[in-house]
Design a protein around this ligand. Sequence first.
Ligand SMILES: [Zn+2]
Length: 484
Amino acid sequence: MRGFGYIRVSTEEQAQDDRYSISTQTNKIKSHFKKNGIVLVDTFIDDVSGKGTAKRDEFQEMLKRLDEVDLVAVTEVDRYARNMLDSLNTVDQIIKRGKSFIAIEDNLEITATSSENDELNFHVKSMFAHYFSKQLARKVKNNMLEKASKGGYNTKAPLGYNLAEKKLVVNENEATIVKKIFDYYLQNMGIRAIAEELNRLGYRSKPTKNFPAGAPFQAFPVRKILKNRVYIGITSWGGIIKKDTHEPIISEELFNEVQKRIERKGEMGGRAQSSDFLLSGILKCGHCGQSMVGNKNKGRYSKTKDRAPIYRRYICNNYQKNGGCSFVWGHCADVEKTVLDYIESEVPREEASKYLNQTPMAFDPEKLKKERDSIRHALEEEMPTRYDRQIQLYEKGRIDDEKLDIAFSRLKKEEEDLKKKLQELESKLTLTPEALEEMRKARLATFYSVFDKDDIAQRKAWVQNNIKEIRYFDIDTIEVISYI
Ligand SMILES: [Zn+2]
């Protein structure tokens, strides 16, 4: 028996893996031929990547000289042809001329006799196709696992990284976005709100073929980013996990914190999502007094538009849930603008600078009054009863003089502390209206330092801390109740 060896190499693969080098393949063919008493007539070597058979010069040369041999051997099927049609055609060309085809590593042999009639030929083709696709899938996976175990990266680089020689290298611009995503999430923003905020700030996701400039962020990829351990320097593929394979973008502490929060939110379902509405919790329907809740309707995403339209509104919960109120709702942007305009009119920017050096006092007169009343109650009702109880114990002989003294001095001390606290509260509550107004303005003046920045989480925190309630009647009629 006489045979040709056919070898396929690609420069990139050779550089990575010695198994695919010319000498490795040649040796495999040589030893197989030797073992089976086959004479190696010649070896044809094509350096190809992605080329079709027709362009493989050595292969064509081999076909021309095919009459010199009984068979053609390759080391592996996927060495031989990259796509199935290609491989079937070329195997056909060999078999039709009465020669055999051998794939050594795959233990595959297609002999000339097996294609004596069309039916058999079809059988061979299906067998080959089946074998080929299965083997190739397995081989590709094995190679990826091998790369993963070496810490190499198999797929496209994720946002925040570039690929350089199969290694992830930090892309500083994108890393900024990744950090923002993690920060926003811990600042209570929902994943949808994060996507919207990033789009609003002009950020785009990683460029792809369809979106060379990067597509607008969507909620799902943001969630994937939050869960991707690649950002703490871990590469994982097919169950193989490698640590410290590349520079992390996020600290492990931050990452773990985020994972805990994702789990917590998972239990709460989608409810927490509405928390990205600036006024949620403080906006009340002016007609019925119930809360107005944030509501989002997402339009369809279309390529012609930059991003999917999202209709954001505040809707009276009473109306929405049980129709118990006349229809009251407002477009988010309009309602928020009215509120922000109101704050700006209360303390215009020029005026705000005057309060910059003051530490705004956080106080809520309603809260203070409640505290005052409970202290009064303690002093007038509870303290006398407690004195009485000690006296009764003394009269019954259950405690002696000394113990009575100790109890009395303890009660006395408590009473004095309460009186002191009461005095403080009274003086706060009897501030002149002018003094109170000054305090309120000092507090509202912090508005600019927060709203001049594009940080939605901070903005929301400011509104929640400084505005107690907003009553919404219609777009021109709102009532804002601020703390002090
Ligand atoms: Zn209502």
